[in-house]
Design a protein around this ligand. Sequence first.
Ligand SMILES: Nc1ncnc2c1ncn2[C@@H]1O[C@H](COP(=O)(O)OP(=O)(O)O)[C@@H](O)[C@H]1O
Ligand SMILES: O=C(CO)[C@H](O)[C@H](O)COP(=O)(O)O
Length: 432
Amino acid sequence: MNFYIGIDFGTSGARLAILDQKGDIHQEVESRFQGTSSPNQWPIIWQTALFDLIVQIPVELRRQTSAIAIDGTSGTTLLCDQQGKPITSPLLYNDGRGVEMIEKIKAIAPANHLVLSATSSLAKLLWWQHHHNELNIPSQPIYFLHQADWLGFLLHGKLGISDYHNTLKLGYDITHLCYPSWLTNAINHESNPLKLQLPKVITPGTPISPITSEIAEQLDLPKQCVVCAGTTDSIAAFLASGATSPGEAVTSLGSTVVLKLLSHTPVNDARYGVYSHRLGNLWLTGGASNTGGAVLRAFFSDRELKTLSQQINPNINSPLDYYPLLKKGDRFPINDLELPPRLEPRPDNSVEFLHGLLESIARIEATGYQRLQELGATPLTHVYTAGGGAKNTVWTTIRERYLKVPMVQPRHTAATYGVARLAMQSLEKSQV
Ligand SMILES: Nc1ncnc2c1ncn2[C@@H]1O[C@H](COP(=O)(O)OP(=O)(O)O)[C@@H](O)[C@H]1O
Ligand SMILES: O=C(CO)[C@H](O)[C@H](O)COP(=O)(O)O
């Protein structure tokens, strides 16, 4: 039997699912990140999680694995040397220090382009370029990669390959499938001290190469096991859901809230943090907000979220109007780095407080879908939910009141399933 491994690197942890060719899940494993006070530890934390997850699969399944694909948090980036060794701390998806580079981006990119965001991959690349001296970044050729690209490289050993989902926020042109000249001219300009190598971009899921022989031996995987190009965490969750028709959407309620509405037409507007990914001949319109489960986790344990939610009457409006954020700044539906968290007034009663939080996040979600449709996306017909918040049925009922469309239980809520299917389908296609 052939097996397919999907690995999802989210904000709070990494997970793996192994499927057979019928799509049945044989094993799921999880590794929670303990966090780190030292950002340069992230690559080793990710690498350790990657290998730990794979070795937890029973060896008889591992030895029949045909393909692996990995998704990562979109916009989490690294600089590596020619051996693929990280030479700086990664910049995580929500790292906003690229705000310094916005004027520069305005000068080179088309007006209102999605890279005009403090957290875009391009803002991070330019920030590294600008600060290379104090960061001691050497001037020899350096590879710019995303989290999923680098983790894939650890398995297949081919440096400098990405996919057009992860490179969207770098400015890759997904209509013409090339880097636009405004981007390459700016990066390769002779005045630039850094020789940055942009990744070669391929279709998400495309088989890249079999795993290296060292990895085959170390992880007890077959030598012919292929590593496929990855995708982003929320696209993997979309792929898992079973949503296929324009008008269907998936909200990922993880540490953050990410909306993906399948549409005939793309919509893009940097003012609201709205952008569109390419998905076959359709478009995944959407945006990502910093509100979400990470804020809930700051006040409640997962157990409390479960028990307190059961005491909420989801059919009654909460009078509390919050904008739940851990720190100032949101990306979507309000793209404003200075947006302050609003978490007051805080009632003494925890059930009322949680009700206010869940309802306020639901309002932000509804505003997000409204914005996408106002900008021309296919009208919303159904919403599927993925991520840790998907199991909260009380929240689903609250959200349905605001979204005013049927909420559908996805076939699968885990991004791991979506990315494993991506590997399976792409490998099958490549063998026809
Ligand atoms: N019962 C619940 N209701 C709402 N949110 C929940 C519940 N249980 C867990 N969560 C949230 O789910 C989040 C984790 O989801 P997950 O999809 O694993 O996130 P990520 O991949 O972004 O790290 C946590 O931040 C937590 O607050
Ligand atoms: O917030 C995130 C982290 O979990 C998402 O990865 C993200 O920003 C969504 O991006 P994309 O639309 O490119 O998948």
